[in-house]
Design a protein around this ligand. Structure first.
Ligand SMILES: [Zn+2]
Length: 208
């Protein structure tokens, strides 16, 4: 893809997740790798109305190099893309059900959601929980980078999910699957649940 096509794909993905209620207000951000640089949605803009020429450009360290001012959470995207050379895109939302799970006490910090369905195991895999940090707190950066080396997705406590993928479509798929699984997890609270067994989940990890 050339730069214009990449920018258009970010705008299309932004519209798509906004329209389906995965982001609200000016929350949520999307980034794609473009050579040594990263194209990312700008600060203070709605994913429902952002335009291609309003996108920001940052370098691999998260520094603003071109376009509008990037999201305050741009450093997170840069950290994940540094940690995962195979990844081409990162998506972060405050989507309702995943954000609700991120506020629960007593989650397993190494894997916040159990493997309820095969698609979650395939598209998300494990979901490490990162402790609460105020928005824009750069001390989250190193932790996010270390975590992303081992996992394509993570959940920020009292905040929301971050996913990455080899393509933007894969990162979007993962965040949607994560949101749906969070919804199932909340629906099933208080019920006697059979999750996938570790063997069943292991067989699916990395499958498409
Ligand atoms: Zn956020």
């Amino acid at each position: 893809m050339n730069e214009d096509q990449l920018r258009d794909s970010v705008v299309a993905a932004a519209r798509s997740i906004f329209t389906r209620g995965l982001t609200h207000g000016s929350t949520g951000n999307i980034s794609v790798r473009f050579g040594e640089r990263i194209i990312i949605t700008p600060t203070g803009s709605s994913l429902g109305t952002v335009e291609s020429e309003e996108l920001a450009v940052i370098d691999a360290d998260g520094r603003h190099v071109d376009g509008n001012r990037p999201s305050k959470e741009a450093f997170l995207h840069a950290a994940v893309l540094r940690a995962r050379p195979q990844a081409g895109a990162v998506v972060h939302t405050h989507s309702t059900h995943a954000a609700a799970v991120s506020c629960l006490a007593g989650l397993d910090p190494s894997d916040a959601l159990p493997p309820l369905t095969a698609y979650f195991a395939m598209r998300v895999g494990s979901l490490p929980l990162l402790p609460y940090h105020a928005p824009g707190d750069r001390s989250l950066e190193e932790l996010a980078e270390t975590t992303a080396r081992k996992s394509q997705a993570m959940l920020l406590a009292n905040h929301g999910p971050v996913t990455s993928g080899h393509s933007l479509a894969a990162a979007i798929d993962a965040i949607e699957e994560l949101e749906e699984t969070a919804k199932l997890f909340l629906l099933l609270q208080g019920r006697n649940v059979r999750t996938l067994t570790p063997e069943e989940a292991a067989k699916l990890a990395g499958a498409k």
